[in-house]
Design a protein around this ligand. Structure first.
Ligand code: BEZ
Length: 285
C-alpha cells in the first residue's frame, strides 16, 4: 500500500467496498494496516483475477509492487513463484511479514527501488494511480525486469471516480476552499497516455484495456461520505469539522441522482489494465 499518496483494486463487473468512519487513514501519508485488512480487503480481493493474468510459474522471480498486507503476494507464491513484495508503508510491510513470514517483504518506494537480481515479472494492483511521478516508476519497473520480463498492472484509468471528485471540488470551491479544490492527489491516465509512456521507455504493450468497474459502496446511508473520508481526506485538511460535515452532506446529495440506485451507493470506478514486455529492441526500432 503506497502512500505518498497511498496505493492498491479489480474485476470488470460489479465490486463492493465496505468502510465506515473509523477507516480514515490515521494521518496524512499513513494507513492503518489493520483497518485496511478488516474493512478494505476489497482492494486486494479484486486483484485475484489480475494474478490469473500474471499466470505465475513455479520458480519465477516476481515483484509485487505495492503489496499492501501481502494477500496477493501470497497468492502468487502459492503458485510456486519466488515473490518479493514492496510497499512504501512500513505499517503494511510489518503486517505482511506477520501474516506471511516465509515471504520476502520490504519497505521501498515505487519510484526508487533497486534489486541486485532482476525479475521475471512485475505485478502491480491498484497502486500506480497514487504515484504522481509516473515516469520514475516506469523507469524503475523497466530497470528491475529481465529482458523479455513482463509487467502486469491495473490502476485507476482516465475519468476514474470523476463524478465523486468533481462533486467534491464543486462544493469546496463554492465554500471558498479553492486551494483544497485544486489538489491533484491521483494520476488517472488514458490508455493511450500510459501505454505511450511504457513504449517510450522500451516496453512492448501486448494488452491494454480501459473499462468501467462500477463499485458498490457497502454503507447504504453514508457510502459517498465514507469513501471521501477514507480516500480523499487530503481535500478536507484544515477545514473545521462542522464545515467538513456540511460539505460531505452536500457532495453526497449532489451525487444521489447519479450514483445511488435501489438503495445502494456506487463509485464510478474506471480501471486501466495493461500487460507489457520489456523489449529493448522495440524501443530502438
Ligand atoms: C481506485 O482504486 O481507483 C481508487 C481508490 C481510492 C482512491 C482513488 C482511486
Amino acid at each position: 500500500m503506497y502512500l505518498q499518496q497511498p496505493l492498491s483494486t479489480q474485476k470488470s463487473k460489479m465490486s463492493t467496498i465496505t468502510h465506515t468512519q473509523d477507516t480514515i487513514p490515521v494521518a496524512a501519508g499513513k494507513w492503518n494496516a489493520s483497518l485496511y485488512d478488516d474493512k478494505h480487503d476489497f482492494v486486494f480481493k479484486y486483484g485475484e483475477d489480475l494474478v490469473e493474468v500474471l499466470n505465475p510459474q513455479p520458480g519465477e522471480r516476481i515483484l509485487d509492487l505495492g503489496c499492501g498486507t501481502g494477500y496477493l503476494a501470497n497468492l502468487i507464491a502459492e503458485k510456486g513463484a519466488q515473490v518479493t513484495g514492496i510497499d512504501s508503508s512500513a505499517e503494511m510491510i510489518t503486517k505482511a511479514k506477520e501474516a506471511y513470514p516465509a515471504l520476502d517483504f520490504r519497505v521501498q518506494s515505487a519510484t526508487e527501488f533497486y534489486f541486485d537480481q532482476s525479475f521475471d515479472a512485475i505485478f502491480s494492483n491498484a497502486v500506480l494511480h497514487w504515484v504522481l511521478e509516473k515516469e520514475k516508476a516506469i523507469d524503475c519497473m523497466y530497470r528491475n525486469l529481465k529482458r523479455n520480463g513482463r509487467l502486469v498492472l491495473e490502476m485507476g484509468g482516465r475519468k476514474n471516480v470523476e463524478a465523486i471528485v468533481t462533486a467534491l471540488q464543486n462544493s469546496l470551491t463554492k465554500h471558498g476552499f479553492t486551494e483544497q479544490a485544486a489538489i491533484q492527489q491521483w494520476y488517472f491516465p488514458s490508455l493511450g497516455e500510459y501505454t505511450s509512456l511504457l513504449e517510450k521507455r522500451g516496453f512492448r504493450v501486448t494488452y491494454a484495456a480501459h473499462y468501467n468497474r462500477e463499485t458498490e459502496l457497502k454503507d447504504n446511508a453514508n457510502g459517498i461520505k465514507d469513501w471521501i473520508k477514507m480516500f480523499g481526506s487530503i481535500y478536507l485538511q484544515n477545514i473545521e469539522a462542522p464545515v467538513v460535515n456540511m460539505i460531505l452532506e452536500e457532495v453526497q446529495d449532489a451525487l444521489r441522482p447519479v450514483l445511488f440506485r435501489e438503495g445502494k451507493w456506487y463509485g464510478d470506478y474506471k480501471r486501466l489494465r495493461v500487460v507489457a514486455i520489456k523489449s529493448p529492441s522495440f524501443r530502438e526500432a
